[in-house]
Design a binder for this molecule. Structure first.
Ligand SMILES: [Zn+2]
Length: 347
């Protein structure tokens, strides 16, 4: 192979054979908790003003905070790292030209991703200076707000709001910048449409080839309803067969349902995938106000059940999970061995 494997793969893979790896919790709900206003988002209040001009309101553009409030984002990463996270996700869920078009900030995509990776790296280096434990930056790649395989127009089922190539190019720019900023892994997450994920995988491989590096890819789908399918209609097993060609570092599920409802789908995946599994559910289902009520001990107890059943290699939290959730999860799964891959069991 002409590409050299990134240095961290071996160390991370070795640790994954010894214990369950811990991911961080949710960035979005932590940011909501800061109660920031428009001036905070643009940096014209207390932060660093954004150099990219736009007339559109920016409140809610959480990814912009990596540029305008880097200390706040660094603190969230640091708190998750100290709580026990081995892998921390960059604040780049919506840092593609497609998602940033809602805010008129397509031109900021390069800076958003480079700086987000650097902010995460700084936080992890501070944590490692304290306790000596190595930690890894996962460049987070979200699904965008458009789907390539479904029509948003019920009267025109053949219509598509975005093409595979639109997505591929947008993801390629994002992933290139994440690599430049120092990401150790690429995490393609919250996948509701497998075609979008395939565009992201393609883009990641293109970026690796262009930059002469190969980072581990983590792939995480989301089951959006009780029938146990993704929004584009796949079961967990079908989803795995659609992404296996990427030879991912891990495959799993995140977001949408809390741990309780996710369990049968993780059990199905754990039975079929020949790589590491990863689960990071929300803190239960959102209440009538869109908030998550499940406390750290409750989420942790359920995920300890996953671990006891041998379903887990990597675990963390999604919407509503705090550093306290991650600390509780890390403690709760610590007594259990990681899921064994079949080839290891045979050896
Ligand atoms: Zn979520």
């Amino acid at each position: 192979m002409s590409l050299h494997d990134h240095h961290c793969v071996n160390a991370l893979s070795a640790t994954a054979r010894e214990r369950i790896l811990i991911m961080d919790g949710a960035m979005g709900t932590m940011i909501q908790g800061l109660g920031l206003g428009e001036d905070d988002y643009t940096g014209h209040g207390t932060g660093m003003p954004c150099a990219h001009a736009t007339d559109l309101p920016q409140k809610g553009n959480n990814d912009l905070l990596s540029l305008t409030q880097p200390q706040a984002i660094e603190q969230i990463h640091y708190d998750f790292a100290i709580a026990g996270a081995d892998i921390v996700e960059t604040n780049t869920f919506s840092s593609t030209a497609i998602a940033q078009a809602d805010y008129g900030l397509e031109a900021a995509v390069h800076d958003l991703n480079v700086e987000a990776a650097r902010v995460a790296r700084r936080a992890l280096d501070r944590a490692t200076a304290l306790d000596g434990k190595p930690r890894y930056v996962a460049g987070a790649v979200g699904p965008t707000n458009r789907t390539a395989s479904l029509s948003p127009d019920v009267s025109n089922p053949g219509y598509r709001a975005v093409t595979f190539d639109d997505l591929r190019l947008a993801y390629r720019d994002q992933i290139r910048a994440l690599i430049m900023g120092g990401a150790d892994l690429i995490l393609i997450e919250t996948i509701f449409d497998t075609l979008n994920a395939k565009a992201a995988i393609f883009a990641a491989i293109e970026a690796f080839q262009a930059q002469g590096i190969r980072l581990p890819i983590m792939i995480s789908g989301t089951i959006t309803d009780a029938s146990g399918r993704t929004l584009s209609g796949q079961t967990p097993t079908a989803f795995w067969h659609s992404v296996a060609h990427a030879r991912p570092f891990s495959v799993g599920l995140n977001c949408a349902l809390g741990a309780g409802a996710m369990r049968p789908h993780m059990a199905e995946l754990a039975g079929v995938v020949d790589t590491l599994t990863c689960a990071y559910p929300n803190a239960g289902l959102p209440n009538a106000f869109g908030q998550y009520d499940e406390g750290p001990e409750e989420t942790a107890a359920q995920l300890a059940g996953f671990a006891q059943e041998g379903l887990l290699n990597v675990v963390g939290g999604c919407c509503g999970t705090t550093p306290e959730h991650i600390r509780a999860i890390a403690e709760a799964v610590a007594p259990f061995a990681p899921r064994q891959l079949e080839k290891e069991q045979a050896a």
